[in-house]
Design a protein. Structure first.
Length: 391
C-alpha cells in the first residue's frame, strides 16, 4: 500500500510536526563528527518552508535517562541554521505550556526545534497523553525518520492517532528503494549479508532466500555456516547454538547461498597480529577468521558487478582493524562499479562505504540499520504502518 507524502498536503498556513533522525555522533566538546543525518532531512524541511508551512522539528539524541545536559540538541540547531540559511528557534523542552505558546506564535517560514524527546520516558513507552501533547503543537504530522520507524514510540507511531500523518522525502526514498528491491527487483537480485551473528539475521536470511537469486555470506556469521559444514574453525567467533540452524538454511538455500572459499586468519584479535590466507577448510587451532580471502572477494565482486539489484547489510570482516578491512572495502568498490541498483542497509556497511570513498556511486544508502533489517525481514514497521494510505 502506498503512503501519503508531503506532496499530498496543501501546506499554506499549516504547522508541520516533523519527526527527524538527528541522532548524530558528537565528540567530547559536543561537536558533530558526522552531519549526514541532518543533511538528509534538509530537502523535506525546505519543501515545507517553500510551500508556506511553519516547521516544528523533533528528534531523539542518544539514550538519555531523563534530562541529560550532554545530549541536548543545541549542536543540531546550530548546524541546521547553517544548512537552511535561516534562524532555528531551539526550545529547552518538547512538551508543556512554553512549547505550546512558541508553536502557536509561529508564522509561515519559521523553524522550531524541540528538545530531545527521550528526556521524557513517555516517548519510548508510546504514552498516549504524551503523544497528544506533541500532536497539539501542529496541524499535520510528517515522519522523516526511517532510522526509528521500527520503534512504536510516541513521536513515531503515537502522534499519528491524533493528526493526519504523511511521509517526508527521506522516508519515501527508503520505502521506494527497499520496497522495490523486495517486491519487484531488476534481476539477478543479489543479497550480501555480513556482520557477526546469524541469530541477529535469521528472519532476514529466510526472507531473502525466498526472494533473491543469490545470497553471499561473509563476516563472523560465515564462520557458523562453515562450522556447520564440519570445518575446523580454530578460535574464530562461532555461534554454537546456531549451527543446526545454519545447516537448515544451507539446505533451504542450496544453489543460491554462497560461503567464503578462502579466509584471512590471524593468531590474535589485533591489528598487529600475524595473518595469512587459508582455504575455508584450512583454519587451524589457535587461529581465527577475521576477513574473507582474495578468492572469495573476486567471486563475490563478480556476482555483485553482474547483478541487476544488490542489497548489502553487514561487513565482510573486522574492518575496524585495517589489516582485516580489505574484504569489506573491496565489496564496497564492487558495489560502486555495478551497473545495477545498489542499496546499502545502514549501520556498519554504510560506514564502510563512506570510508572507502565510494558513497556517491551507490544508488541508495539507508539511514536506518535496525529499521532496514526489519524491513528486509518483511516485518511491518510501526512508524510506517501509522501513516495515512494514499487514496
Amino acid at each position: 500500500m502506498k503512503k501519503m507524502t508531503i506532496r499530498d498536503v496543501d501546506w499554506a498556513g499549516k504547522r508541520a510536526l516533523v519527526r527527524c533522525d538527528f541522532n548524530v555522533p558528537l565528540d567530547e566538546s559536543r561537536r558533530i563528527t558526522d552531519d549526514m543525518r541532518i543533511r538528509a532531512a534538509v530537502p523535506t524541511i525546505q519543501y515545507l518552508l517553500e510551500h508556506g508551512a511553519a516547521v516544528i522539528l523533533c528528534s531523539h539524541l542518544g539514550r538519555p535517562k531523563g534530562v541529560t545536559e550532554s545530549l541536548r540538541l543545541d549542536p543540531v540547531a546550530k548546524r541546521l541554521e547553517e544548512l537552511l540559511g535561516r534562524p532555528v528557534n531551539k526550545l529547552n523542552d518538547c512538551v508543556g505550556s512554553e512549547v505550546e505558546a512558541a508553536a502557536k506564535a509561529m508564522n509561515p517560514g519559521d523553524v522550531l526545534l524541540l528538545e530531545n524527546l527521550r528526556f521524557h520516558p513517555e516517548e519510548e513507552k508510546n504514552d498516549p497523553a504524551f503523544a497528544r501533547q506533541l500532536a497539539a503543537l501542529a496541524d499535520v504530522y510528517v515522519n522523516d525518520a526511517f532510522g526509528t520507524a521500527h520503534r512504536a514510540h510516541a513521536s513515531t507511531a503515537g502522534v499519528a492517532a491524533y493528526l493526519p500523518a504523511v511521509a517526508g522525502f527521506l522516508l519515501e526514498k527508503e520505502l521506494t528503494f527497499l520496497g522495490q528491491a523486495l517486491e519487484n527487483p531488476t534481476r539477478p537480485f543479489v543479497a550480501v549479508l555480513g556482520g557477526a551473528k546469524i541469530s541477529d539475521k535469521i528472519g532476514v536470511i529466510k526472507n531473502l532466500l525466498s526472494k533473491a537469486d543469490m545470497l553471499l555470506i561473509g563476516g563472523g556469521m560465515a564462520n557458523t555456516f562453515l562450522k556447520a559444514k564440519g570445518y575446523e574453525m580454530g578460535d574464530s567467533l562461532v555461534e554454537e547454538a546456531s549451527v543446526p540452524l545454519a545447516k537448515e538454511l544451507m539446505a533451504a538455500g542450496e544453489g543460491k547461498l554462497y560461503l567464503p572459499v578462502d579466509v584471512v586468519v590471524a593468531d590474535a584479535f589485533s591489528a598487529e597480529a600475524q595473518k595469512r590466507v587459508v582455504p575455508a577448510d584450512g583454519v587451524t587451532p589457535g587461529w581465527r577468521v577475521l576477513d574473507i580471502g582474495p578468492q572469495t572477494v573476486a567471486l563475490y565482486a563478480e556476482k555483485v558487478k553482474a547483478a541487476g539489484t544488490v542489497v548489502w547489510n553487514g561487513p565482510m570482516g573486522v574492518f575496524e582493524l585495517p589489516p582485516f578491512a580489505e574484504g569489506t572495502f573491496a565489496l564496497a568498490r564492487a558495489m560502486a562499479e555495478s551497473q545495477g541498483v545498489t542499496i546499502i542497509g545502514g549501520g556498519d556497511s554504510a560506514a564502510a562505504v563512506e570510508q572507502s570513498g565510494v558513497a556517491d556511486r551507490i544508488t541508495h544508502i539507508s539511514t536506518g540499520g535496525g529499521a532496514s533489517l526489519e524491513f528486509l525481514e518483511g516485518i511491518e514497521l510501526p512508524g510506517i504502518a501509522a501513516l495515512n494510505d494514499k487514496k
